[in-house]
Design a protein around this ligand. Structure first.
Ligand code: ADP
Length: 212
């Protein structure tokens, strides 16, 4: 396939940890580059120096005393910096921006997971995203027990949120499912239990209207 023209689009990837987001982003980025589409990969929280500093505070296991409200506001602060410094300028240049997590994660983790009031989380999300909404979101759905098995296989230490356990991840998964049901036009449900290549082909086919 040859893709000669594209418009700036903001595409986000969501789901519980180890659902396969970064694997799929990397493959999609390779596919877009092969087809000469201008695309960048970012992660939220993170990417900019300021947002990466906030990310370290958020994921540090030493910060077990962190209040859920502080957690919410730190995610929003990291996101505002990312939007202003990276996402908006890239979209203005016409690039496709692939982002590992965005405000749906805040709704799922801090709203459904931590139990913060969903309307307050929604308002906080508006501030943190500086009004920016993804054009397209891929929700990679997997069973939290599979996520645990994948992480065990890689042998990586869990961060502060990953260490919350399967019951917490179930609440977060439920949150993502509710979000997808509420906004099926924007949020594509992707069954993440299948082979990496199968999932990637589905993602590429959904991306076609965005890149052509
Ligand atoms: P995330 O970015 O969502 O945390 P990753 O893409 O890093 O997840 O994937 C976590 C682990 O699971 C990695 O070791 C990756 O190779 C593996 N993995 C990802 N997708 C699949 C899949 N569809 N089937 C089997 N293993 C997978």
């Amino acid at each position: 396939m040859t893709v000669s023209q594209c418009k700036g689009s903001f595409v986000t990837f969501e789901g519980i940890d180890a659902c396969g987001k970064s694997t799929q982003i990397r493959l999609l980025h390779e596919f877009l580059r092969k087809n000469e589409v201008d695309a960048i990969c970012l992660r939220d929280p993170g990417t900019t120096a300021i947002s990466e500093s906030i990310r370290r505070i958020l994921l540090d296991n030493k910060n077990s005393a962190m209040s859920s409200w502080t957690e919410l506001l730190l995610y929003e602060a990291a996101r505002a910096q990312l939007v202003e410094e990276e996402i908006r300028p890239a979209l203005a240049k016409g690039a496709i921006v692939l982002c590992d997590r965005f405000y749906d994660s805040t709704t799922a983790y801090q709203g459904y997971g931590r139990g913060l009031d969903l309307d307050i989380v929604r308002r906080a999300n508006e501030i943190g995203s500086v009004g920016l909404t993804p054009d397209l979101t891929f929700f990679l759905d997997i069973d939290p027990r599979l996520a645990v098995a994948r992480k065990r296989e890689i042998g990586i230490a869990e961060d502060r949120l990953e260490a919350e356990g399967v019951a917490f991840q179930e609440k977060v998964r439920h949150g993502f499912r509710e979000l997808q049901k509420a906004e099926p036009q924007r949020v594509s449900f992707i069954d993440g239990h299948r082979a990496i290549e199968t999932i990637q082909l589905e993602i590429q086919s959904i991306m076609m209207p965005v890149i052509s």
